[in-house]
Write a protein that binds this ligand. Structure first.
Ligand code: HEM
Length: 135
């Protein structure tokens, strides 16, 4: 599978789960899990979809092991963090290690993504200067 396809498909599953969670909060009139809902939607839907767009634009990364690792780390970290934050904000302190661990995993994933972006943009700049017509 390509990194962008994994990102897009996981993102729509996350937003469906996040929207259902939002509806449950609204109907029950219990918004205590709001931070977890917000993180699930912003990490799982918005960020993951943006990763997918970048990988679709950078075709050379689509099948790279580093890009696939980055996306999988993000998916796992997002689930673990959302569960942990949800537990903590609903009064279960046992969720703290999950919230912390998931946060560190998504940070690691973002560092890997930053490295991929810097590498990709540098390679692109080199290619452009090499193929630019001589003056
Ligand atoms: C069916 C769809 C959704 C429902 C029913 C829903 C419901 C809710 C509810 C009830 C809250 C708590 C509001 C409060 O206590 O002040 C909330 C907060 C929030 N939601 Fe959603 N939501 C939905 C979709 C989304 C999506 C798609 C995103 C992001 C792309 C999102 C991002 C947020 C954020 C960031 C907050 C926190 C807002 C704040 O800090 O006041 N939600 N949502």
């Amino acid at each position: 599978m390509k990194a962008s396809s994994l990102s897009f498909q996981a993102a729509v599953l996350f937003v469906i789960a996040g929207m259902i969670w939002g509806l449950v909060m609204a109907i029950s009139d219990d918004h205590s899990a709001m931070p977890a809902h917000a993180h699930l939607n912003l990490l799982g839907w918005v960020s993951l979809f943006l990763f997918g767009i970048y990988y679709r634009l950078r075709a050379s990364l689509e099948r790279s092991r580093a890009a696939m690792t980055q996306v999988w780390l993000w998916i796992v970290g997002t689930v673990v963090q959302a569960v942990g934050v949800g537990l903590v904000t609903t009064g279960h302190d046992s969720g703290e290690p999950l919230a912390a661990g998931g946060s560190l995993v998504v940070l690691a994933s973002m560092l890997l993504f930053a490295w991929l972006v810097f590498q990709g943009e540098r390679a692109d700049a080199l290619l452009r200067s090499a193929t630019a017509p001589a003056e």
